[in-house]
Design a protein around this ligand. Structure first.
Ligand SMILES: [Fe+2]
Ligand SMILES: [Zn+2]
Length: 410
């Protein structure tokens, strides 16, 4: 018979994010379905016998360095294994299970409780990993965009948490006092937030050019838009680092487009329906350097994209990337444009204006917010360094920052 060292010798990093609870196993049996049945703090919980075996943490079954299970369906014939017995430790802080092949598996009480197969357990874990939820913007006069220094974000876990949570909750945050010059590489190196590849390159500069290849590289007003709605892999989060700013004009106009979609739904359900169902075609055909079409990106999508619960989640809107192709009927286009015009009015009704200064890095959700800019003169330089990163990486480093902060806290 092999004795396993048990879970208590293994550190499970993910558990440190879950709320700490004092839990005691009051009883443990193998029930008639051959499941492990325990009562923890008065709550009866069941775990399949096969799950108990698959999640054994003995050195034969688990590698604590990679935090992954070694046992595989090839090596272990789970269908022939059954749970034989379960025994609670004297203090109720762990349970020891024996399988029919003599293998022993030991679980810590809280570890087991954190993995309870109940709706409430799943809800708690989901909320923990999501960290926070979007908060609809208040009226423009009450909207405060959080500002935090570049140093705090890139050098402290608390700063990084504030930064990440603001993007989740408000869809926007401004880092201040960024180092002079290009900070793209420094930011990525310090935060781990690798850039999202796209056909404009690793990063790009927004500046007015004599022969602009993109409408953003003019001095004109930019209407509300999201960047690159023609991509299948959405650009998630956008960074605009202001290296130079003009004295007059050049303000950024931002709006919570999900909030505006919800308002449109209340005010005009027919328009809302059109914007959530009829598809618009977006495209990008112009080459970055040579002006000859070296790429052709296109996507057909409704303006308002819904989530799995039917709620507005992402906005696909950019007039400058709109294609002249339309895959619907003439009357659908007419209705769609009326709806878009109304939606646009709501976007402006709840918009805020931000005049970023050199050293400011405005970071925002490119799916939830729309952004625009006011026109400016050509006698002063206005230069912005920009790039994108993904939600996956932000969530990943946020969870890491939260785990590390918990570890260093007394
Ligand atoms: Fe843009
Ligand atoms: Zn094992």
């Amino acid at each position: 018979m092999k004795l396993c060292s048990g879970q208590r010798d293994v550190e499970f990093y993910a558990d440190s994010l879950l709320p700490h609870k004092n839990v005691v196993i009051q009883s443990a049996v193998v029930n008639e379905k051959r499941r492990l049945e325990v009562v923890i703090n008065g709550e009866k919980l069941q775990y399949p016998g096969v799950w108990v075996r698959q999640n054994c943490h003995c050195p034969e079954c688990f590698n604590p360095v990679t935090q992954s299970y070694i046992s595989s369906l090839k090596k272990v014939a789970y269908e022939n294994l059954k749970l034989k017995s379960a025994e609670v430790s004297e203090t109720g802080d762990s349970v020891r299970c024996e399988h029919t092949d003599g293998h022993i598996t030991e679980f810590d009480a809280l570890w087991l409780y954190n993995r309870r197969m109940t709706k409430d357990g799943a809800k708690e874990r989901h909320a923990t990993l999501k960290i926070s939820t979007p908060v609809s913007w208040p009226n423009p006069s009450d909207m405060v965009v959080k500002r935090i220094s570049y140093k705090e974000v890139t050098e402290t876990y608390e700063g990084f948490e504030t930064f990440g949570k603001s993007i989740i909750e408000d869809g926007i945050v401004i880092m201040t006092e960024a180092p002079e010059g290009q900070v793209f590489k420094d930011f990525i190196q310090k935060t781990g937030l690798t850039r999202t590849a796209n056909h404009y390159g690793e990063f790009w500069y927004v500046k007015s050019e004599p022969n602009p290849t993109n409408f953003a590289y003019t001095t004109s007003e930019l209407d509300f838009h999201i960047d690159q709605p023609y991509l299948y892999n959405d650009l998630n989060i956008q960074v605009l680092h202001f290296l130079n700013q003009v004295t007059v004009g050049g303000e950024n106009i931002m709006s919570d487009a999900v909030k505006a979609a919800n308002i449109l739904k209340e005010r005009n359900p027919e328009y809302y329906h059109a914007l959530t169902t009829t598809e618009f075609v977006y495209e990008d055909l112009v080459a970055h350097e040579t002006h000859s079409p070296q790429f052709f990106l296109t996507k057909s999508t409704p303006v308002i994209n819904l989530d799995e619960n039917g709620q507005p989640k992402a906005i696909k809107w950019s007039h400058s990337c709109r294609s002249s192709f339309f895959n619907g009927l003439p009357e659908q286009y007419e209705l769609l444009m009326k709806a878009a015009q109304e939606y646009h009015k709501i976007l402006y009704e709840f918009a805020i204006e931000i005049k970023n200064q050199p050293g400011d890095m405005m970071v925002f959700d490119n799916r939830r917010l729309v952004h625009g800019r006011k026109a400016f003169g050509s006698d002063e330089p206005r230069l912005i360094e920009g790039w994108y990163f993904d939600w996956d990486m932000l969530y990943s480093y946020l969870r890491v920052a939260m785990m590390k902060r918990k570890k260093v806290e007394p």
